[in-house]
Design a protein around this ligand. Structure first.
Ligand SMILES: C[S@@+](CC[C@H](N)C(=O)[O-])C[C@H]1O[C@@H](n2cnc3c(N)ncnc32)[C@H](O)[C@@H]1O
Length: 235
């Protein structure tokens, strides 16, 4: 699904600047958890509400989508239930290494990432080896990545990629809704849509193996979202 161009997007984002991370100097908190590709923010706002004692960072590369997440958080600030524990990074997840201290993050959440099914787009997948390597570096020794998707080929690919690159997998389910993990689950926008269509949701938890030694030839490069956008300005 392609995000529509939002009118006055830049001005609307600027109005949310108190929660935006615009430069590494704005990172005054150490987040407990990061959501990558947060979309319109349903998941991260509910997670932050349930855990008011923890700080969260949400990353979203598409500003036309991020603006909805930012306004959702801002709208709560003057209510009885203000959400004061989310900061939003409007940019590609691949840039987080410049913003977040290595070894400092406890949880990374990836909900229904773009599947990029074509083989020559593999490097764009958020479970490609260079991303997994970055997650390993950002996570603390007992850190975890919680990954959900409706896309079975992407799920199978991601299981292999995490296993090959410094993680052990637990709590794997191919049918989250009918599993014991569903009671505590927080549903994202895409997840709600796929559930409404009767599609199974796949989920795993990847646990960092702190002693893992990476192969010398692991790909550490990223195909960054800005570069993709330059080629496909409509994407
Ligand atoms: C399919 S949507 C899912 C949104 C949300 N996680 C959900 O489950 O409802 C994928 C989102 O990830 C964002 N995205 C894709 N690649 C990204 C990247 N490298 N860094 C940050 N966000 C990314 C897209 O702009 C899009 O909003």
């Amino acid at each position: 699904m392609r995000a529509r161009h939002k009118k006055h997007c830049a001005e609307r984002l600027a109005a949310c600047k108190e929660i935006l991370i615009l430069s590494p100097e704005d990172m005054k908190i150490i987040p407990y958890g990061i959501e990558l590709g947060c979309g319109k923010g349903a998941f991260i706002t509910e997670l932050a509400k349930r855990n008011p004692d923890k700080n969260y960072l949400a990353a979203e590369s598409n500003k036309n989508v991020a603006v909805t997440a930012a306004e959702r958080v801002m709208a709560s600030i003057n209510t009885d239930e203000p959400i004061n524990n989310i900061r939003l990074f409007v940019g590609g997840a691949e840039r987080l290494g410049d913003y977040v201290k290595p070894g400092s993050i406890s949880r990374i959440y990836i909900n229904h990432p773009d599947p990029w099914p074509r083989r020559n787009h593999e490097k764009r997948r958020l479970s490609y080896q260079s991303y997994v390597h970055m997650y390993w570096n950002l996570l603390c020794d007992d850190g975890k990545v919680i990954f959900k998707t409706d896309n079975r080929p992407l799920f199978d690919y991601s299981i292999s990629s995490f296993k090959d690159n410094g993680f052990d997998l637990t709590d794997v389910t191919y049918d989250l809704v009918n599993s014991k993990y569903y009671d505590s689950d927080i549903i994202s926008e895409y997840q709600a849509y796929f559930i409404s269509k009767g599609l199974p949701i796949h989920r795993f938890t990847a646990v960092k193996l702190p002693e893992f030694v990476f192969r010398d030839d692991i790909d550490r490069d990223f195909v960054t979202i800005p570069k993709i956008k330059e080629r496909n300005p409509d994407k």
